[in-house]
Design a protein around this ligand. Structure first.
Ligand code: 5GP
Ligand code: 5GP
Ligand code: 5GP
Length: 208
């Protein structure tokens, strides 16, 4: 009997604020193509289970193949930049995301479909615009976590998960936004389980 189990329940679509990745003690490195624009960037599209656990590295035979991405390369560089050190052109980050997470949703999306799905989601949900419309801007100011959650919930129709990290002075700051997506990778859904992340009640929105 071939067991075709449901391989995952939903995706987390995770976007990161570059200002918060870069102003920690650890710092960051800009891509070889230059400083990214001051916008949220994609971190990943992560298959997850409803109980909060998740599969990873599901298919060692499905190695990342950058030749499949030539047509979306400039879009990936713009929307999915890698800010880790040493400075890179993104391939290491994309390859890591594909092999750790993407290979666990191969029953739904092959490699090019996986990256395209993430890019489409980013286009659909313009977080920076949504926050600006609520007068929440990356100006090093502090904003209530509630106001951030509320602005995104109103605009998207579903509550986000918010993750914070700390800047080098120890301030809690907006780092990543999690939205939940159906298994086809196209529709934002209510989160079956929100990631357990901690933020202070007021968080900084760092300049970038
Ligand atoms: P961290 O330790 O920074 O929270 O997470 C490290 C890595 O674990 C993330 O980059 C991601 O690959 C994975 N990860 C963390 N939390 C989750 C989660 O809730 N769901 C999934 N699918 N992956 C996660
Ligand atoms: P947490 O403190 O949120 O439980 O997770 C700490 C780290 O453990 C995460 O960042 C992630 O790297 C790892 N982790 C948590 N849950 C899972 C899981 O279900 N599967 C895997 N592979 N790693 C997990
Ligand atoms: P995760 O395992 O949490 O999905 O992805 C984190 C891995 O991707 C880490 O090994 C990290 O060094 C690498 N990475 C490369 N570029 C970036 C980036 O811009 N942001 C984050 N969060 N991780 C990055």
């Amino acid at each position: 009997v071939v067991c075709v189990s449901q391989e995952f329940d939903f995706f987390y679509f995770v976007q990161q604020w570059p200002g918060a990745y870069c102003d920690t003690k650890q710092s960051c490195c800009y891509p070889k193509t230059g400083k990214p624009t001051a916008d949220f960037g994609i971190h990943g599209l992560w298959p997850n289970y409803k109980d909060g656990s998740y599969p990873s590295n599901c298919d060692p035979d499905s190695v990342f193949d950058k030749s499949q991405l030539s047509e979306i390369m400039s879009s990936l560089q713009k929307n999915w930049p890698s800010l880790s050190c040493p400075s890179s052109n993104g391939f290491r980050f994309w390859s890591h995301e594909w092999e750790k997470h993407g290979t666990c949703s191969e029953s739904e999306l092959d490699q090019i479909e996986y990256f395209e799905a993430a890019l489409k989601l980013k286009e659909k949900v313009n977080l920076l615009e949504i926050l600006k419309n609520a007068e929440i801007e990356p100006d090093d100011g502090f904003y209530s976590l509630d106001s951030i959650e509320e602005a995104i919930t109103k605009a998207v129709g579903h509550a986000p998960g918010i993750e914070c990290n700390k800047d080098s002075a120890g301030h809690s700051q907006l780092y990543q936004v999690y939205l939940c997506v159906d298994t086809s990778g196209s529709e934002i859904i209510e989160c079956p389980v929100l990631p357990k992340r901690r933020c202070a009640s007021d968080v900084q929105f760092a300049k970038f």
